[in-house]
Design a protein around this ligand. Sequence first.
Ligand code: 7TS
Length: 409
Amino acid sequence: MNPSEIRKQFPILDQEVNGEPLVYLDSAATSQKPQSVIDTIDQYYEGYNSNVHRGVHTLGTRATDGYEGAREKVRKFINAASTEEIIFTKGTTASLNLVAASYGRSTIKKGDEIVISQMEHHSNIIPWQQLALQTGATLKYIPLQEDGTISLEEVKKTISPATKIVSMAHVSNVLGVINPIKEVAEIAHENGAVMVVDGAQGAPHIKMDVQDINCDFYAFSGHKMCGPTGIGVLYGKKELLEEMPPIEFGGEMIDFVDLYDSTWKELPWKFEGGTPIIAGAIGLGAAIDFLESIGLDEIEKHEHKLADYALKRMSEIEGITIYGPKDSSQRAGVITFNLEDVHPHDVATVLDAEGIAIRAGHHCAQPLMRWLKASATARASFYLYNTEEDIDKLVEGLIKTKEYFSNVF
Ligand code: 7TS
């Protein structure tokens, strides 16, 4: 794979920001979109915009084929057994909330345990906090090792036969750590719990096979994998989804409506109340075609190489703290750091003046920030369109930042 050729397919990357060529290092927040995805969404609105699953007219049939065709692309992308297991949502947050509100509220009782880790994004903490508060269940945290990784020993110690749900990020959006979710799923199952995976930072970067991982639910967002915002996926095992109640009621999700009671459509539509995110799903389908034309294995390899290079180059900067494991084989293309005596927002501001986009803040992971003993950090995150040259510019920018602030003091 040739990232310099790939980046030509992303029109947004071909611009100057503050008089400098844009270096986009914030793909963990949202990825950029290739021309093919932009064109596919345009073609839908220009050529066959129509509601799905109802009309018999030609445009309606084309829209339905596009929407359901995208579901099949998602199924294949994560190797789910059936399209009945693919529910379109508005993103990872909505998918995790759906599991907590539907599976959680219908199965969890007082005294049950819900287990998550200390590195989770708020979207994989708060739905479980709320579920625990509503049901009287106990929320437990798997502690982290000193380098920010998770040890299976700690997983075994935290999960017990009282545990009913285990939920964990596939990849941390702060530390870039790739978690051993397959092994954690096995431990969860040995204890009779279901395994939920927050795949927001996993599915875009790592070749996925939900049957191999044997997780019960897997949640991810289209906008972090070259697709549009407003579309996401909840994968769930059919036997679980079948037993779960819908949480959004109205059009599209019903089979028969009587005056005082109604019945639901079969899977997956019983969870998709209202006009669905048609353009979003079709755009996500195009994003999957794009990623598959390059190959997830290639993308993963490229990001490891970039992470390795970035770790090496960045550690040469005096006074830098890089969080998470030093070994790049344990991490994806996310590097979180702080420069001594410079607030991360100042780092991001100086870099922005150089055309370099990174994120600064708590990254929606305040409990992890507390564990890191940092109120905020800076974060550079990479994707398939980034090059070693981008990292060189980041390092140059960081050296400039240090110089700038050493002159101030
Ligand atoms: N889980 C993880 C691990 C994430 O990184 C994010 C978004 C979410 C859940 C929520 O995804 P959403 O699409 O529903 O918003 N993470 C980030 C980030 O790191 N910077 O901005 C958004």
